[in-house]
Design a protein around this ligand. Sequence first.
Ligand code: PXL
Length: 273
Amino acid sequence: MKIIKKVLTIAGSDSGAGAGVQADLKVFAARGVYGTCAITALTAQNTLGVDAIKVIDPDFVAKQIDSVMQDIGADIWKTGMLVNEKIINIVIKKAKEYKIEKIIVDPVMISTNGNYLLEYDANKALINNLIPKSYLLTPNSIETEVITQIKINNVNDAEKAAKKIYHMGAKNVLVKGGHIPDENNAIDILYNGKDIIKISSPRIKSMNTHGTGCSYASSIAAEIAKGNDLETSIRISKEYITNAIIFAKDFRIGSGHGPLNLFFQHTIKKNPK
Ligand code: PXL
């Protein structure tokens, strides 16, 4: 019998299927793990933006986690849009109950067009309660600024902020460079309490980057579940996401910020890697 590793995502639904739970489940399938989900909110959304949000009752988020964990289980959890303090605290309580050692936390806060995906007053719960339980926190530069109050203009600022977040309690911190000004490269900073590790990829200019953060964190979770160490998981995932952005040029979905091509391996004859 083939053993397949399992990953649970706790995140919001994107009806346009570019980000959120839909992106997470596609990434899990593409990376060869079995994905399950507990949905925290429904978003009515397309490539142009979020039109409406319906938040799921925190008790019902807990029920979804229980249903998955009591039967299927999970080797690792990944979280995305957690909406509010109550849902954040349910996730922490359930992680303790099910003895989950590793949670990859993508601290989703604001959508590209400015919708709050985390209620403003839930930032405190994220910082005080969830960051100390994170195996890896994956903020972009905007989320990093909110969490650390350090303005991120360059890689040096990102390094300083990564160290600060480590001291807030995250076991590992990956400050992503996608939003940091640099003509040629997107440089991510990984800090593990000892070393600063720079993980770089060529910057791809594209409209089709919706769901990049969700997909990157989900890929990292999948690679860790498969037994790779953290740095290897990040390097594999960074290359996978870069290709998914490059091959998104093969299709045109919607008229706004389109999704990545997460299954590019299936649709091209010649795989660049
Ligand atoms: O990319 C952040 C994100 C996460 N989760 C959901 C989203 C978005 C961005 O729009 O809609 C559900």
